[in-house]
Design a protein around this ligand. Structure first.
Ligand code: ATP
Ligand code: LTN
Length: 329
């Protein structure tokens, strides 16, 4: 049987949050199995859509690779690489851009959100960002793309570009599907629970970083915004309580009914402590592994180099096919 191909990426724009972990990274780890082949990339080219300091970007890209290993990516099995180290990403980008409509990109909600956040730097890269992401996916002929809910629209765009290209030039790209967790696909901010938790949020109390100390995790969760109803139940519009319950389920594997029943008669304080304990239990081993990896920096650099070489081998096959089909080779 042919192995299913998995690809995903994360921007080195900060330390991953609990949202990144539950929505995406945990599935990256879980998808590594004998019947699948996974490629994971640190999307440093995507990060350039926001102004960056060069030294910091380099350092954060490597740090992100270390964190991915700490989260359970096994780079000896799944190529782990930094996007710009595999030149084929840039090569495919132009061809796909010429097969994407302005109207499609105009509908992308992340562009609208990010251009509102960075109104002093609405650059063309921010607008064409989903094309670069489509290239990341199509380059490896991925079947599944494990992402959080907010990236669903971008994966759908990648599908549409693939279908359009295949219709115009003949079968070239596998048409990918998003892989989104049922619970935890959209973890919300702790301070403004109607917004998604985001690692680039200027308010650190809004997110739990996967490197936060246990005492900090507990403190942030204790302060998490809830509501005045005082009853632990999942309900329409109860963003804060729904979020805490969803995190609890994602951490413990319980379903929503089981979770709600287990807090019968309890107040929010009990729920918050239970969520904090569950998060700490899951995240502590990641933190320990991270420290160990960073202490062996030379190894990390060679892992990344090896990942790029293996990724480039697969990527070059697609580039060769595509460049021949469109008449560039
Ligand atoms: P930034 O704040 O820099 O925009 P981000 O925190 O939104 O970053 P990304 O690097 O854009 O994170 O996303 C990495 C992965 O994490 C993606 O698959 C994305 O869908 C997922 N993800 C991001 N935020 C959440 C969230 N709050 N809940 C669930 N998944 C999330
Ligand atoms: N755009 C994504 C990160 C990303 C990605 C990818 C995700 C870059 N390339 C390829 C999945 C597949 C984001 O902002 N979260």
């Amino acid at each position: 049987m042919e192995k299913k191909i998995i690809l995903s990426g994360i921007q080195p724009s900060g330390i991953p949050t609990l949202g990144n972990y539950v929505g995406a990274l945990r599935n990256w780890k879980l998808l590594q199995s004998e019947d699948k082949f996974c490629y994971y990339c640190v999307a440093n080219m995507h990060a350039l859509t926001v102004r960056q300091n060069a030294d910091e970007l380099r350092e954060r890209s490597l740090g992100m690779a270390a964190l991915l290993i700490a989260c359970g990516i096994d780079p000896s099995i799944s190529p782990l690489f930094i996007q710009s180290d595999v030149v084929q990403h840039a090569q495919l980008n132009w061809v796909l851009a010429c097969n994407t409509y302005m109207g499609e990109l105009n509908r992308m909600t992340q562009f609208k959100d990010k251009s509102a956040k960075h109104s002093d730097n609405i650059n063309a890269g921010l607008f064409t960002y989903p094309v670069l992401m489509a290239g990341d996916i199509l380059l490896y002929q991925a079947d599944l793309v494990p992402v959080g809910n907010d990236q669903k629209q971008h994966v759908e765009l990648a599908r549409n570009i693939a279908i359009r290209f295949n219709n115009a030039y003949g079968e070239t790209f596998k048409v990918p599907e998003p892989y989104i967790p049922k619970l935890g696909g959209r973890v919300m901010s702790l301070t403004e629970p109607e917004k998604k938790m985001s690692k680039s949020d200027p308010n650190p109390n809004s997110y739990i970083s996967i490197l936060d100390e246990p005492s900090v995790i507990t403190k942030k969760l204790k302060r998490a915004v809830t509501d005045s109803e005082g009853r632990i139940a999942y309900g329409e519009g109860r963003f804060g309580v729904n979020n805490l319950l969803s995190i609890y389920c994602a951490m413990t594997g319980k379903n929503m009914d089981e979770a709600v029943n287990s807090f019968d008669g309890c107040g929010y304080g009990v729920l918050k402590t239970a969520v904090a304990d569950a998060v700490i239990e899951e995240i502590q081993p990641v933190q320990e592994k991270y420290k160990y990896i960073l202490a062996n920096r030379g190894d990390l650099e060679s892992v990344i180099r090896d990942g790029a070489e293996r990724a480039a081998e697969a990527a070059e096959k697609t580039i060769d096919l595509v460049y021949k089909k469109v008449g560039l080779r």
